[in-house]
Design a protein around this ligand. Structure first.
Ligand SMILES: CC(C)(COP(=O)(O)OP(=O)(O)OC[C@H]1O[C@@H](n2cnc3c(N)ncnc32)[C@H](O)[C@@H]1OP(=O)(O)O)[C@@H](O)C(=O)NCCC(=O)NCCS
Length: 189
């Protein structure tokens, strides 16, 4: 699916352009944002390289990478990065991993929760996926609260999932399924 354009009350998801480098740099050069992520703060060259990969991957067929700009619906300003990465598909399997990061001065306004709902719409209604999942650091309480609020069920601990800053790190996995979890959550919205 290209281009993605989904609008909510507070945020909209859209495709990245090369003009978004400075806005994404404001997200990823901040140590507070990457504290629980698997990489160090990024510099402008790293963000520019990442965005050019993202823009190229968006045009691949079939598309598996949906890295999207999270824009303030009122102003259009890019305030975050959202990702849905479709897993390698095996017969009978249809899932994708979600990711979120927002600029720290826009935390706790409900914008990541709204971003999550838009990613669910993308995954379940547009891409017809069955399972969406996220992996967080065990210490990432903001991510735990966000995914719980979104109706994602904590499944358990994936041991030694990622090599982060020289050591193996466990991840806590959360998921939402299209058939039960998503439809019932959507129906009470
Ligand atoms: C995780 C993140 C995306 C949350 O963004 P946000 O815009 O602040 O989230 P929201 O405002 O939509 O809040 C969602 C819920 O999480 C809660 N929450 C947010 N930050 C929290 C924190 N630091 N501690 C505890 N709860 C927190 C909110 O209170 C809200 O729950 P509530 O409505 O029951 O009160 C943001 O903190 C971030 O970008 N962190 C850095 C990157 C990251 O860790 N991404 C996740 C990788 S798995």
């Amino acid at each position: 699916m290209y281009p993605v354009s989904l609008t909510g009350d507070g945020v909209a998801l859209r495709e990245f352009t090369a003009d978004d480098v400075d806005a994404v740099l404001e997200v990823y050069d901040d140590p507070r944002v990457v504290e629980h992520l698997s990489f160090e703060p990024r510099n402008r060259d790293q963000v520019a390289a990442m965005l050019s990969q993202v823009i190229e991957a968006a045009r691949q067929e079939p598309r598996t990478e949906y890295s999207l700009a999270v824009a303030d619906s009122a102003t259009g300003e890019v305030i975050g990065f959202a990702r849905l990465a479709v897993d390698a598909q095996h017969p009978g399997q249809s899932s994708a991993q979600l990711g979120f990061a927002s600029r720290a001065d826009r935390w706790r306004e409900g914008l990541a929760a709204e971003t999550g709902w838009l990613l669910f719409q993308l995954g379940f209604e547009h891409l017809d996926l069955h399972r969406l999942w996220g992996a967080r650091s065990p210490e990432n309480t903001a991510s735990a609260r966000l995914m719980t609020k979104l109706g994602m069920v904590e499944e358990g601990r994936m041991r030694g999932h990622l090599r982060v800053r020289g050591a193996w790190r466990d991840s806590i996995i959360h998921s939402i399924l299209e058939d039960d979890d998503w439809r019932s959550a959507r129906d009470v919205q």
